[in-house]
Write a protein that binds this ligand. Structure first.
Ligand code: C5P
Length: 289
């Protein structure tokens, strides 16, 4: 018996850091949304209790370093499940990119195994479990648009934004999230207008969304990665309505309403940047296939 789940990427429309907490985390406020670039996971039931992860992508580990593996282990232990699973991960989302690829795989594993192992866990409970694996996993349980608070695990869903095209460009280097947070100097950052972003989404105001994109972590990643700055510039010059780095980076995304414009940006970035994608924001009229 097997089942499959899609694990889509997320982008941050805003990412604000409010303060450094006394644990190893920062208190954040982020508006996140889902795009239709997705990994695909397949779950095959095993009766001997073993958990294995397999992927053709050489950057995907098959042990505890893999968040999907950790998700399966957590569910198995917490709910005293005696059966196991073989997880196949077909990777589409670039790794260490600021697109929550690993977190989304973990969330898809929680959803998938909830079905495969017949556990009957409610979505909110799955989201809470997800937070034990990583700060972005809670959001990824929902595959929607939401505001995330706390260290990222407190999720309040928002209506879907007006659909638009999203060009994603990932420079060759990866970025380590902990070191980006560690280097953040909060006294020097320009905080995004989170409430304005939420209101724009609720109004279905594409222009308002574009005007309010903001990410405080750009203040750390941009100076250290000139290529990210260059991609932002190139995207703007080739017609993107708004441009931002997602998460701790280094992926940059540009928003446009017309597919032709998205193609133009895609063409101007290819050759300059290894991985470029044209995807859609999951809005009212678009669903994850
Ligand atoms: O939760 P996750 O394991 O994805 O976080 C990775 C690292 O990123 C944390 O160990 C911490 O250094 C940093 N982080 C943070 N504040 C957050 C989320 C992550 O400082 N809200």
């Amino acid at each position: 018996m097997f089942i499959s789940e899609k694990a889509p990427a997320k982008i941050n429309l805003t990412l604000d850091v409010l303060y450094k907490r006394s644990d190893q985390y920062h208190e954040v406020e982020m508006v996140m949304t889902t795009v239709d670039l997705a990994d695909r996971l397949e779950f095959v039931l095993t009766e001997d209790g073993s958990i294995t992860v397999v992927s053709e992508n050489r950057f995907v580990p098959s042990d505890e370093r893999n968040l999907a593996y950790r998700a399966a282990k957590l569910l198995q232990e917490r709910y005293q499940v005696t059966r196991g699973v073989r997880i196949y991960i077909e990777k589409q989302i670039p790794v260490a990119a600021g697109l929550a690829g690993g977190s989304s795989d973990a969330a898809a594993t929680l959803r998938g195994l909830n079905r495969l192992w017949n556990l009957g866990i409610e979505t909110e409970e799955l989201s809470l479990l997800g937070s034990e694996i990583g700060s972005d996993v809670s959001f990824c349980i929902y595959n929607s648009t939401a505001i995330a608070n706390g260290r990222g695990e407190k999720i309040t869903e928002l209506p879907p934004p007006p659909t638009c095209w999203v060009v994603l460009a990932k420079p060759s280097q990866g970025v380590a999230t902990p070191s980006v947070f560690q280097s953040l100097q909060l006294d020097h950052v320009l905080h995004p207008d989170t409430q304005g972003m939420v209101d724009s989404i609720k109004r279905g105001d594409y222009q308002g969304i574009c005007e309010r994109l903001g990410n405080v972590l750009e203040s750390v990643t941009l100076p250290n990665h000139p290529q990210v700055q260059q991609i932002k510039k190139l995207m703007r010059h080739s017609g993107a309505d708004a441009v931002l780095m997602s998460g701790s980076g280094p992926t940059v995304f540009g928003l446009v309403q017309q597919e032709k414009k998205a193609e133009r940006i895609y063409n101007s970035l290819r050759g300059f940047c290894e991985q470029v994608y044209v995807v859609r924001m999951l809005g009212e009229s678009t669903a994850l296939e």
